[in-house]
Design a protein around this ligand. Structure first.
Ligand SMILES: Cc1cc2nc3c(=O)[nH]c(=O)nc-3n(C[C@H](O)[C@H](O)[C@H](O)COP(=O)(O)OP(=O)(O)OC[C@H]3O[C@@H](n4cnc5c(N)ncnc54)[C@H](O)[C@@H]3O)c2cc1C
Length: 478
């Protein structure tokens, strides 16, 4: 265990804020504290600040990972009161105000005076986690690269297929979930097949690809209302995307999915490439913190039902923000995370100036609207009661995404990438490797082995896991 870093910082006696997570909540909260008389330690299990709304463009070859995921420590280089630590937070001790993070086999303890937890959410398979093996979600850089490799790899295999049946299976792409992510991804796979890949194969015609969007509910883009949902559906269908509503996916395997329709009947769709964008589950830290508080609970998705000042019961110095918090009327969107963490940072600053927690005004969310792109030059947009779609909505989408992209360089390179893809037919990021598809499965196997080894060690009373990595033989891969 290393407490050195935490001790050094607390020796300075400044108020110490620990921020967990480097997404919208973590980064914006940290930045808001840049001129405050505090030390900030941002701990995240990923080394970058990921702009999730553009992940689908990485998955479909428009953008590279660098554009949407700058290194957090580079972003915060000039913020002298902030330190960035890479590590997976595995324990939050509310009683002793201490966070334990793990990087490989090294555990580090960091003490805090105030804590902002912004660890977001993960893909939810509604209790069917085994679906993930064949239908990855889209939450991380790894997910997006894996998907790119799966999408492009399917076309490559189809070129070599020897039967029509095999070819059809390889050229059918299933997107599960018709929320903004599903809609954007389905639209982009269709455009990739119709425009970018057109004319690049000799035995297949990529324009024959079937893109199927499956939705368990009765409409596309449900939260955006029936009008915009219908517009998005019409546009997608014009692009050749098959939309199947009231279609619940009940099983997934390597070669297809089983779908249950509204009348209770089931059917199978053959498809090698599947993407899951149907639900979210809050980070497990939410449950841990709630259980250790004085009575705070989590909702069905594991989000923390926070107090009006975004803290947990009995701990007015512990804020839970972003996708991890459950606040009525606040959607799991970037704005919720940005506004929540800014509120928390302001409350911490006010506390330094003598404000008592009871004096805090409740958090108020300002809804700035939501939007989704369907294809190049076409989007749907909702701002308050105003709803619009088409080119104007697309321009609004473009401007907003550029505004929130972190870093001047990222913005320039992104605009170039968009020019190449939207005005021409090519896409600049079409690299894909076999490793991107299989690395996740291999890592999962290693982790399962390690967990098993730890359990075994505990059973026989052996000392805790050593700092030595597992040997190749222990990993049993290959
Ligand atoms: C594909 C996709 C498209 C989206 N599109 C839009 C959109 O168009 N508009 C919109 O407003 N919103 C969109 N969202 C939602 C938006 O991205 C989220 O609401 C927002 O990112 C939430 O911010 P957050 O800080 O709470 O969590 P995140 O941004 O998810 O960040 C969580 C951070 O916590 C870290 N972390 C997690 N667990 C641990 C741990 N145990 N220890 C240490 N660190 C940890 C992660 O590495 C990450 O850095 C989209 C989301 C996705 C996935």
């Amino acid at each position: 265990m290393s407490t050195e870093s935490a001790e050094k910082r607390s020796a300075g006696k400044r108020h110490h804020v620990v921020v967990i997570g480097s997404g919208f909540g973590g980064l914006f909260g940290t930045r808001h504290l840049r001129r405050a008389d505090v030390d900030v330690t941002l701990i995240s299990k990923t080394s970058t600040h990921l702009f999730q709304p553009l992940l689908y463009q990485v998955a479909t070859g428009i953008l590279s990972t660098g554009e949407i995921a700058p290194a957090t420590r580079l972003v915060l280089r000039k913020q002298k009161n902030a330190q960035v630590l890479l590590g997976d937070v595995i324990d939050v001790d509310l009683a002793n105000k201490k966070v334990t993070s793990r990087l490989l086999n090294r555990d580090t303890e960091t003490t805090y005076d105030s804590l902002i937890v912004a660890t977001g959410a993960q893909q939810s398979y509604f209790g069917n986690d085994h679906f993930a093996t064949y239908a990855p979600g889209m939450k991380t850089i790894d997910d997006a690269l894996e998907l790119r490799a799966r999408i492009l790899g399917s076309f490559e295999q189809a070129e070599l297929a020897t039967t029509q049946e095999e070819r059809d299976r390889l050229m059918t792409f299933i997107v599960v979930g018709a929320g903004p992510t599903g809609v954007e991804l389905a639209g982009q796979i269709a455009e990739l097949a119709d425009r970018t890949l057109d004319g690049t194969f000799r035995t297949i015609d990529p324009r024959d690809a079937r893109v199927i969007l499956l939705e368990g509910a009765g409409s596309v883009l449900g939260p955006m209302g029936p009008k915009l949902g219908a517009k998005a559906a019409k546009r997608l269908e014009k692009m050749g995307v098959e939309i199947q509503l009231n279609a619940m996916v009940t099983d997934v395997d390597a070669h297809g999915v089983i779908v249950k329709d509204a009348d209770g009947s089931t059917r199978r769709i053959e498809a090698v490439c599947k993407v899951w964008s149907a639900g979210v589950q809050a980070s497990p830290l939410g449950k841990m913190i709630a259980e250790r508080s004085d009575g705070t609970e989590v909702d069905r998705a594991g989000r923390v039902i926070v107090e009006p000042d975004l803290t947990v019961k009995g701990h007015p110095n512990v804020f839970v923000v972003g996708d991890l918090m459950s606040v009525p009327g606040v959607p799991g969107q970037a704005q919720g995370a940005i506004q929540g963490s800014t509120y928390a940072a302001k409350a911490i600053k006010a506390g330094l100036h003598g404000q008592a927690p009871e004096e805090r005004k409740p958090f108020k969310y300002f809804n700035k609207g939501s939007m989704a792109t369907i294809s190049r030059f076409d989007a749907v947009c909702q701002i308050g009661k105003l709803e619009f779609s088409g080119f104007l909505a697309w321009l609004a989408w473009l401007a907003l995404h550029l505004y929130y992209l972190v870093g001047y360089r990222s913005r320039i390179v992104t605009v170039i990438g968009w020019f190449v893809s939207f005005l021409g037919r090519n896409r600049g990021q079409m690299a894909a490797t076999e490793q991107w598809i299989f690395a996740r499965l291999a890592i999962e196997e290693v982790n399962a082995d390690q967990a098993e080894a730890r359990e075994l060690a505990a059973d026989v009373g052996a000392p805790p896991a050593s700092a030595e990595p597992l040997t190749a033989q222990q990993r049993k891969i290959g």
